[in-house]
Write a new protein. Structure first.
Length: 571
């Protein structure tokens, strides 16, 4: 990690010191108040000491700010061993004079023997430790041990103010840990009033699952997140999970990713949008995981990477089951394109699941993330917690342009069009798988409830799983609704018989028409011959008539000439 300087957020007189604790610097908008005391309070086991230790170690490692740890309970040996569980080597920091550890023991018996008690000796030891390493950061763990030396509350308040003032005068960014009190933040109820920043840690158990929460009670001179935030302690230290993201300013893509099912791609006008969130809801046994497996297979075939989180099946079980429908997910695993992570939802709290998902995503850098199923997380959370966790996960994936495919198991008899996790308005594409019972069979139907930003089909499709994968068949509509399975096959058979009968009927009609046409053509040919004969006869009659007329005319002409000659002879 590169070194960063403390952030200035409220003007030149107010500085902040980055803690380096994942998520905490985001909700505090820059870390703890620099040069001022911060109170970390909470019950036993909530992580106060580890918070302080990580604050010191990361201050040295990332921001070159040496530190001092004053412990009133644990010895330096115990502290070094405890912090080693986070992967931090305090011994090396001590040798390099970057860290000083001082174990201060308050003996009540010595106080009673020597008289009144004050903190002057602590100031001397603390000043020596600070000067020995040039410290910029200090942790006092835990302050209750000091109070055992005070019987007079007035002196207690005075000395406490003097301690906080002493730390401020020297510009030391300080964390002071304190135990949670009854009805108040600390046992004495004084520290929170003189601290510039108060952070409350809580460790609760619900349904046999433990959850740690963090809340910033006050922060003088700065804005900060006021919600209660879950946090996690693991081998990498403390991780705070903000409930909401800072802004929805992520980029979107017009590219498409295939669902792996040709008919579904057609219904979606080409597939899902890259970087979008897809929700598939349905009852048990409807084939939701099979749809996810097709998407994972198509993604890997396109040389993209898929990260598959399963809360029900082991990786080997998923690979075996999908192999029966022609998908070789095991081959993608061997090529490093597909990675499975299986865990029981009840193994740990939601924040652990979310942090592990974040880490796996950052390490594997997938193009697609599948969560199967999200509904199992409800059994491990209070009302609304699982939905908040999933919204954070969706925002996280969207900000990185990663396509998210979420599977939700809905209960039988419940409303069909429900996401089960109140995510219907968040996701980009929502599909539903449901069972249809008819003719003594139970078959599957898939349809798209919504798909933002793209034209999509509003049809119901029968969902068929075969040895060569999933096929979506156009559903038949009968008098009793959608026909599927044997009912659809029977309807198809009836329609084929009806179509064959119709074709035969049409063929007979064509034959009869052609016969009539041939008869008409024969009749027309006879009529044409008769017409021709009649015409020939008429021509003969006309010719004979013409000849007779010509003969009569010639005869008359001859008779006329003859009369003329006779008349001349007589004269």
């Amino acid at each position: 990690m590169t070194s960063r300087k403390p952030l200035k957020t409220s003007g030149p007189a107010f500085r902040k010191a980055l803690t380096g604790i994942s998520g905490f610097d985001e909700i505090t908008h820059g870390g703890l108040p620099a040069g001022r005391p911060t109170l970390i309070c909470g019950s036993a086991g909530c992580g106060k000491s580890l918070f302080g230790a990580e604050f010191l170690v990361k201050g040295i490692r990332d921001y070159d700010e040496p530190g001092v740890l004053v412990s009133f309970e644990e010895t330096p040996v115990d502290i070094v061993q405890n912090v080693a569980s986070l992967g931090y080597d305090l011994t090396d920091l001590i040798k390099r004079k970057k860290l000083a550890i001082d174990h201060v023991v308050i003996d009540r018996q010595q106080i009673d023997e020597n008289g009144e008690f004050d903190l002057e000796g602590l100031f001397i030891r603390l000043a020596y430790a600070v000067d020995s390493v040039g410290a910029k950061r200090v942790v006092l763990d835990t302050i209750e041990s000091l109070f055992s030396g005070f019987d007079n509350q007035a002196i207690l308040r005075s000395e406490l103010r003097r301690l906080f003032g002493w730390l401020k005068e020297r510009g030391l960014t300080t964390i002071i840990t304190a135990e949670r009190g009854d009805g108040q933040l600390t046992r004495q109820g004084l520290e929170e009033y003189v601290s510039d920043c108060v952070v409350l840690l809580d460790h609760r158990v619900s349904g046999q699952v433990s959850t740690r929460r963090l809340r910033i009670v006050k922060y003088r001179g700065s804005t900060h997140g006021t919600n209660e935030f879950p946090f996690l302690i693991d081998e990498d230290g403390i991780s705070v999970l903000p409930i909401t993201t800072a802004a929805m300013d992520y980029q979107v893509s017009d590219g498409r990713v295939s669902s792996g099912i040709e008919e579904l791609d057609d219904m979606l006008d080409g597939g899902y949008y890259v970087g979008s969130s897809i929700l598939l809801s349905g009852t048990a046994g409807t084939g939701k995981s099979t749809v996810a497996a097709h998407l994972a297979d198509a993604t890997c075939k396109a040389k993209k990477r898929c990260l598959y989180f399963s809360f029900e099946e082991s990786p080997h079980q998923i690979i075996r089951n999908t192999g029966t429908i022609g998908l070789d997910l095991g081959g993608h695993v061997k090529k490093g394109l597909l990675e499975f992570h299986s865990a029981r939802p009840t193994a740990f709290g939601l924040e652990m699941h979310l942090v592990q998902m974040h880490k796996k995503i950052e390490q594997f850098k997938p193009d697609l993330v599948v969560v199967d199923p999200i509904s199992n997380l409800r059994h491990n959370s209070e009302d609304g917690e699982s939905s908040e966790m999933l919204i954070r996960l969706i925002d996280f994936l969207r900000s990185r342009g990663i396509t998210a495919f979420l599977i939700s198991l809905t209960g039988g008899g419940s409303a069909l069009e429900t996401s089960g996790e109140d995510l219907s308005s968040i996701v980009d594409t929502w599909m539903l798988l449901r069972d249809v019972e008819s003719y003594g069979e139970r078959n599957r139907i898939l349809y798209i409830l919504k798909s933002r930003g793209m034209p999509h089909s509003n049809q119901l499709r029968e969902f068929v799983i075969s040895s060569d994968g999933i096929h979506l068949v156009k559903a038949y509509l009968g008098s009793k609704g959608v026909l599927t399975g044997s009912a659809r096959l029977a309807q198809e058979g009836r329609e084929q018989i009806e179509a064959s009968a119709l074709i035969a009927q049409e063929q007979m009609q064509v034959l009869r028409i052609r016969q009539r046409q041939r008869a008409l053509e024969a009749q027309m040919e006879a009529l044409r011959a008769e017409q021709l004969a009649s015409k020939e006869e008429m021509d003969r009659i006309e010719s004979s008539r013409s000849e007779r007329s010509d003969l009569e005319a010639a005869s008359l002409n001859a008779m006329g000439r003859n009369r003329t000659r006779s008349a001349k002879s007589k004269s």
